[in-house]
Design a protein around this ligand. Structure first.
Ligand code: TEU
Ligand code: CA
Length: 548
């Protein structure tokens, strides 16, 4: 079968992937921190939901400066999450349920406690010195004015070598030097070691930042990026039937055609964030809130759906461990929490691409509004200090934090209405959202009208009808200020998805679906006329000339 055909039939094109933030998913030993044995205890829940793979945020050894995105040993599990044997058991037990385990590879930087860095900073002659990015200089005179994502300069002075090292994130996350072929070889060997253990794929943290030229202030999409990715893919991913998804904040459609080229030369797909950046003030930061430009949201989705059709592959997501929860952000986490959570799910899961469900999204979990003392995220805590120093009022800063803090996604998974939402018998590392008594898995599993059941049904539909995977995309009512409607067509099947993105009842100019259009799923019990859509109403119709 030629490579084009191979990619066409890839398992991950009809798969739905579930992201677990292990620290907040399920705690098995009462230390208040989620762990691998906690995940193993919830595999039956995941099997019932029907997902095909689990993306684990990092569980490797780490000092936890950035909650595990600062890895100090890529081939061992951090004791707080368990042991390598626990990981092997998780891979085995998940496999029995036809669930693949995807690991989160943080290859742009390591922890400063990694043995490579501990060696590198000893002397310029040390064989590991060039595993990192160094610049000569004098203490106090930075190589340039680049800033780190978590506050402060992007350069840190090391007296032993009289040089600065470069770090795009925290000072404990020194950037790795991908120009060094010996480093790249060690990374490939590590990845193949995990693949040999049965890992089913990899999520690649800030992968478009590995090719950098700090002297020219180039921190992503550097000139050698696709050369590195093709070598990485050739030396590792192409040796097994893996799914790979790169986090690429700087991706455009043209770049995504390279990343997700059907010839399998780089990755399966990327996470691009054009839709995610829409509700912030132009040219400012995510903390500078702006209303969502709905017509722009539709334009972005239409462009990515059409732009990659037949030329690449989309990831589909609203949430992850860095993002606020979508039902609070673009839905309604009050009176219409259930309807809007389902609408957002129906809208996303009808599109072409691989859908990702972030832990708790399938329950309609919401943001939180804590006091600053209850936040744990390094990014949030830096922001708080930085903006107060810049003269922002405390109210303004807390409004930004409530809306955008990454901890909105990191409050513990809500399993039951029992103590700590069933997450831990100990003291949770971060407070459980107080609404766990109303929003929890136990209360939804047996309820056909729950958000959980809506996700479960959408996952089944994706497997049953090829139009979900292979259909093309046409946006309808592009200029409508409230309705997100589109069709997908493949062979003799036509999918129609109509969503009222607003909290008001609106008129819909679409003609009533004909007798051949069968309602596959909706978020209101009775199916009224399509001409009047109730608040956050969503419907998915399928017309099939011949039954599958
Ligand atoms: O995130 C990349 C990244 O840039 C995010 O930190 C994002 O800019 C920020 O959260 C605003 O939303 C990846 C990981 O997903 C994140 O958890 C890590 O903190 C970061 O890389 C460093 O590894
Ligand atoms: Ca634990």
């Amino acid at each position: 079968m030629d490579r084009e055909k191979v990619t066409q039939n890839k398992w991950w094109k009809s798969a739905v992937i579930y992201q677990i933030y292990p620290r907040s998913f399920a705690d098995s030993n009462g230390d208040g921190i989620g762990d691998l044995r906690g995940i193993i205890s919830k595999l039956d829940y995941l099997e019932r939901l029907g997902i095909d793979a689990v993306w684990l945020s990092p569980v490797c050894k780490s000092p936890q400066d950035d909650n595990g995105y600062d890895i100090s040993d890529y081939q061992d599990i951090d004791p707080m999450f368990g042991t390598l044997e626990d990981m092997e058991e998780l891979i085995r037990e998940a496999g029995k349920r036809h669930i693949r385990i995807i690991m989160d590879l943080v290859l742009n930087h390591s922890s400063d406690e990694h043995r490579w860095f501990q060696e590198a900073k000893k002397s310029r002659e040390n064989p590991y010195h060039d595993y990192y990015v160094w610049r000569d200089g004098t203490e106090g005179v930075f190589p340039n004015d680049m800033r780190a994502a978590f506050g402060g300069p992007a350069w840190e002075w090391v007296p032993e070598v009289q040089q600065y090292y470069f770090h795009q994130f925290s000072v404990k996350q020194p950037d790795l030097n991908w120009e060094n072929p010996r480093l790249r070889r060690e990374i490939y060997d590590m990845i193949n070691w995990w693949t040999a253990k049965g890992v089913g794929g990899f999520r690649l943290d800030v992968i478009d930042q590995i090719a950098k030229e700090p002297d020219k202030k180039i921190t992503n999409n550097g000139p050698r990026l696709h050369e590195f990715l093709r070598e990485l893919s050739r030396e590792t991913f192409q040796k097994a039937d893996l799914v790979t998804v790169g986090e690429a904040w700087g991706a455009t459609i043209e770049l995504a055609k390279l990343y997700s080229n059907p010839d399998n030369s780089e990755l399966s797909m990327v996470f691009q964030f054009e839709h995610i950046g829409l509700d912030q003030v132009e040219g400012k930061e995510k903390w500078d809130l702006a209303p969502l430009p709905f017509l722009k949201l539709k334009e972005v989705f239409a462009r990515w759906q059409s732009g990659l059709h037949g030329k690449g592959w989309n990831s589909l997501f609203w949430n992850n461990h860095d993002l606020p929860r979508i039902v609070s952000r673009w839905g309604n986490d009050g009176a219409y929490r259930v309807e809007s959570a389902k609408m957002l799910a129906i809208l996303l899961h009808g599109l072409q691409g691989t859908p990702y469900i972030y832990q708790g999204e399938e329950l309609g979990m919401t943001n939180v509004q804590y006091e600053i003392e209850d936040y744990r995220d390094i990014e949030t805590l830096h922001l708080y200090e930085e903006r107060l120093k810049k003269g922002y009022s405390r109210e303004e800063v807390m409004r930004s934090i409530h809306a955008r803090s990454r901890d909105n996604a990191r409050t513990p998974m809500q399993w039951s209405d029992g103590e700590n939402g069933g997450f831990t018998k100990g003291t949770p590392w971060i407070k459980v959202n107080p609404n766990y008594r109303q929003i929890n898995a136990d209360g939804q599993l047996g309820d056909e009208d729950s958000v959980f059941s809506c996700y479960k049904n959408l996952i089944r539909l994706r497997k049953k009808y090829p139009v979900f995977v292979d259909g093309d995309f046409q946006m309808l009512l592009m200029e409508d200020e409230n309705i997100f409607a589109y069709t997908r067509e493949h062979e003799d099947s036509r999918l129609l998805v109509v969503c009222n993105f607003s909290g008001s009842t609106v008129n819909c100019p679409l003609e009533e679906p004909g007798a051949s259009m069968r309602l596959l799923i909706g978020n209101y019990r009775e199916e009224g006329p399509i001409s009047t859509l109730r608040p956050y109403e969503a419907r998915m119709y399928l017309s099939v000339q011949r039954e599958i």
